[in-house]
Design a protein. Structure first.
Length: 155
């Protein structure tokens, strides 16, 4: 979902969803105001998008979290992700497969537009994959480890 070379607006939109997933927020809303994009989590309060993404449990190595939020582009990206670019669209869905961290998860995010500058998000965890696949070349690595153990025990 998130790539090192993503444009800033894509990074902010993606990181917003990753933060909600990581922090266990099943529902939140986003409002576009003159001051920027505000995120409201029921029972937790609200703050700017830049503050919200700083709450994430993963480390931002890109430095993007310190850059100003490109409000119009992030807002357009959220609408595009939910297939709600048409001003008359009041509901949409975003599907995310999070494969960057273990365990792998799949999510459905229901999006509703309550007002022209407000989107509500409801997250549903569809699948958790705890299987661990062997990385390429893994078999050779395990053989090398096994042979070193055999050498140590035979001495």
């Amino acid at each position: 979902m998130e790539e090192q070379d993503d444009p800033l607006h894509v990074w902010y939109a993606s990181t917003m969803f990753l933060t909600a997933m990581d922090m266990g927020f099943p529902a939140f809303s986003v409002s576009r105001t003159r001051a920027g994009i505000r995120v409201h989590v029921p029972g937790r309060g609200s703050g700017g998008l830049g503050e919200f993404v700083q709450c994430s449990t993963f480390r931002d190595c890109s430095g993007n979290g310190t850059k100003p939020v490109p409000v119009a582009r992030v807002w357009s990206r959220l609408l595009e992700m939910a297939d709600m670019a048409d001003a008359g669209a009041n509901a949409g869905t975003i599907r995310i497969k999070q494969r960057g961290r273990y365990p792998y998860t799949e999510w459905t995010i229901a999006v509703t537009r309550k007002a022209p500058h407000r989107l509500d998000f409801r997250l549903t965890l569809d699948r958790v994959d705890t299987s661990i696949s062997k990385p390429a070349g893994g078999e050779r690595l395990w053989r090398a480890i096994a042979s070193r153990r055999a050498l140590r025990t035979s001495r």
